[in-house]
Design a protein around this ligand. Sequence first.
Ligand SMILES: Nc1ncnc2c1ncn2[C@@H]1O[C@H](COP(=O)(O)OP(=O)(O)O)[C@@H](O)[C@H]1O
Ligand code: SF4
Ligand SMILES: [Mg+2]
Length: 399
Amino acid sequence: MSTPAPEDRPAPQDRLAPEDRKDTMAESAATPAAATTDAKRGPSIATRERRESSINPSGETPYLVVEDLAVKFPTADGLVSAVNGLSYSVPLGRTLAIVGESGSGKSVSSMAVMGLHDRKRTRITGSIRLGGDELVGLPENDLMKIRGDAMAMVFQDPQSSLHPLYTIGNQIVEAYRVHHKVSKDAAKKRALEMLDLVGIPNPQRRFGQYPHEFSGGMRQRAMIAMSLVNDPKLVIADEPTTALDVTVQAQILDLLNNLQKEFGSAIVMITHDLGVVAEMADDVLVMYAGRCVEYGTAEDVLANPRMPYTWGLLESIPTVSAANERLRPIKGLPPSLLDLPAGCSFRPRCPYVDRVKGELCSIELPELMPVDGAGAHTSRCHLHDKASIYAAEVAPRLG
Ligand SMILES: Nc1ncnc2c1ncn2[C@@H]1O[C@H](COP(=O)(O)OP(=O)(O)O)[C@@H](O)[C@H]1O
Ligand code: SF4
Ligand SMILES: [Mg+2]
């Protein structure tokens, strides 16, 4: 057991590594990533195509398509409806951020995509298609072949996926060999490449070390190396930087952005942090009490949000400037998922409920509707004058 060497410390190596590779990555960017960049540059194309489908803000061909997903857990207290009627899609080379408070169903929905729920204790309905293949109802053996290969998950806590008693190198080698019939030497070569790619200095030496010999940021990098060793086309990152300090957080997000440019993968980024959303997302899906309440491109959702819960999330972001400090947490708590109230789930906490005539908010669940009457930016709210309320009351508070 050796004392961590200086390069274990997050800075400055964490910062340097991805930057050093920027040029090479731009050159080797896979076609889908390049196509995405072009599409982003052409707003007219993006706007026209976006109108074609309500669950595809980008208009590009999706790689992951989730439709009407519901995840329920039968418990001694009753049926927990953790996810309800969730639909979204993610093309290759694009990042969807799923954002919402703790308990809103972000992890449960993503674990359903990965097929990680206990089949006996979970009811999953709806459709999850990966590259056109349906995953819901697939036998576990078939799912295992896809998991870690075509799709992989990066967790908040690297300890949960790195085994403490095996060296980092061997774990990456094994993750590779499960899906590739190659010699140990070839797998080791691949593992060393991956360690280098994620910005771990001195890969030869680090290969033989154990997780506890790595700093938090380096462990997260090692886990990312292990998750990406098979070049998955879909990467789900569940709060990948929540446990890290701000500097290392920024470095890991940079790394994921750069790896996406290199591999052209579709990324689902789960976070409760709108700062991470602004940094990473092409598209944003806001979840509340197991349902999507707003969905659109990052530009649409962050600059023109059309749902009181999204407004609340934006108003609760702490700002760096003390003079303009904005930290107005949303009052109250999310409802119990055992017994969801009729009507809008946000009603008990919504400051705008009086602006809707009668008892509509208490009686009828608002549908996810296009905010402009058409287009792919959708929100779930009965308010008629969302745009003017946002412009007159909310936007000024956001500064
Ligand atoms: N196995 C389970 N049995 C019962 N309830 C669960 C189970 N797993 C998650 N839940 C509930 O589902 C809800 C959504 O959880 P989760 O997706 O983890 O939230 P988050 O948005 O914070 O990731 C929570 O209320 C959680 O308690
Ligand atoms: S539907 Fe009603 S309660 Fe729900 S967010 Fe809109 S105004 Fe608020
Ligand atoms: Mg979670």
